[in-house]
Design a binder for this molecule. Structure first.
Ligand SMILES: Nc1ncnc2c1ncn2[C@@H]1O[C@H](COP(=O)(O)OP(=O)(O)O)[C@@H](O)[C@H]1O
Ligand SMILES: [Mg+2]
Length: 377
């Protein structure tokens, strides 16, 4: 059954090709690489569209190869090797066979270190398989999951999203372990995706690391302006409204084409039903979005030190700052000594409050940036 969408500008997850803009070239490249048996590393800043691209690619893969199994794992919430194995086991189990009884039987006989359980969703009535792992059996279970995948002989495509997360686990050999299994399984192909390019690059491009040169590396940037405009204008046309290209371009430039921000603003404008679509309508929409987060941003700002807060305001006011330690920037904003500005910016970049792009340092969350710029003056 096709879902009825009240607002075509999706701001979470993936719905269907109809609501997914472009990425044709990237999708084709991903499909081609995976179908030729190569694994892929996919990077971009947060909210540019990696997860959407993976899910879109899997959607098309299933159409092309109905027998293939696609498994998507979001590693962001995992904090340990144990979490990882548990998530991996539960996703793999449900996918290779949809008959829960058969799955449990197989699981018990093949994956000896796990304790599967079935829970029934009280709303949909669907059975969901969960697993728990016997303490101390994590490593063994991982090897069994790979054995299970291998034995199934079905072609599988597995995405480890936010893969850099595994570098945060206390267990240090996780990378090496995974690499060994991945190297030795030929019916399964992998996507490793992540927002922290420096961590992923360290994993895949450093000769000292187990995953060194084991994948095809791809990164994605903004969707092309004109293609994005056509996609957006079509939805407004259906509503009987005309979206001028200048107005779309105004939004696009304001957020440097960063996908989620464009979607969010378009979603708001679409819902606002204002009779004319002009810059004023855009600014009103942005004002609403920023305003909704006012309380949260205040709390957020309070969580930083005074010096960090001052630096954030200074950067937000300028938009992008090429040289953070330049005398002009420091004196213009009455910031303290160069060394403490340096330290603050290092800390804020590590925690992803600031983002270093080719154009300079900026506030990662652009709506927060706009809020800071307003409050700062
Ligand atoms: N090609 C696209 N067309 C329309 N919306 C998209 C597209 N790619 C991503 N989005 C939207 O932008 C949001 C952020 O994308 P996401 O894939 O989650 O980014 P990332 O995984 O890089 O952080 C998603 O919630 C989705 O709604
Ligand atoms: Mg994502």
């Amino acid at each position: 059954m096709k879902n009825i969408i009240s607002n075509p500008f999706i701001i979470t997850g993936y719905e269907s090709p109809e609501y997914f803009c472009d990425r044709e070239h990237e999708t084709e490249e991903l499909l081609n690489t995976l179908e030729n048996g190569r694994n892929v590393t996919l990077t971009s800043p947060r909210r540019m569209g990696k997860t959407g691209l993976i899910l879109h690619t899997f959607h098309l893969l299933k159409k092309r190869r109905p027998n293939a199994v696609t498994i998507y794992l979001d590693l962001l919430p995992t904090e340990s090797f144990r979490d990882f194995v548990r998530l991996f086991a539960s996703e793999v189990l449900g996918k290779l066979d949809s008959n829960p009884v058969k799955v449990i039987k197989q699981a018990v006989s093949v994956l000896k270190g796990i304790r599967p359980n079935i829970t029934v969703d009280s709303i949909t009535g669907n059975a969901k398989i969960g697993v728990d792992i016997i303490t101390g059996e994590e490593e063994h279970t991982l090897s069994q999951i790979f054995e299970y995948l291998k034995q199934s002989t079905r072609e599988c495509f597995i995405a480890f999203d936010e893969f850099q997360q595994i570098a945060q686990y206390d267990e240090k050999n996780c990378e090496a372990l995974l690499r060994t299994y991945i190297q030795n399984i030929h019916n399964v192909h992998f996507i490793f995706s992540g927002s922290q390019a420096h961590l992923l690059n360290e994993m895949f491009l450093s000769p000292k690391k187990p995953f060194y040169q084991s994948t095809s590396n791809k990164s994605i940037g903004p969707i092309d302006l004109e293609t994005y405009f056509k996609f957006a204008a079509r939805f407004f046309k259906k509503q009987g409204r005309d979206l001028p290209i200048e107005v779309f371009e105004y939004v696009y430039r304001k957020f440097d084409g960063h996908t989620w921000y464009i979607q969010k603003v378009m979603n708001q404008i679409y819902g606002n039903n204002s009779p004319t679509l002009d810059e004023a309508a855009v600014n009103e929409a942005i004002g609403q979005i920023v305003g909704e987060n006012d309380y949260y941003y205040q709390m957020l700002l309070r969580s930083y030190t005074k010096g960090q807060g001052k630096l954030l305001r200074a950067i937000a006011t300028e938009g992008k700052v090429k040289e953070i330690t330049a005398g002009g920037f420091i004196s213009r904003h009455g910031l303290s000594a160069t060394s403490s500005v340096k330290n603050a910016s290092k800390r804020l970049t590590e925690t992803e409050v600031l983002y270093k792009s080719e154009d300079g340092l900026q506030i990662y969350d652009r709506f927060f940036g706009l809020w800071l710029a307003q409050k700062g003056n």
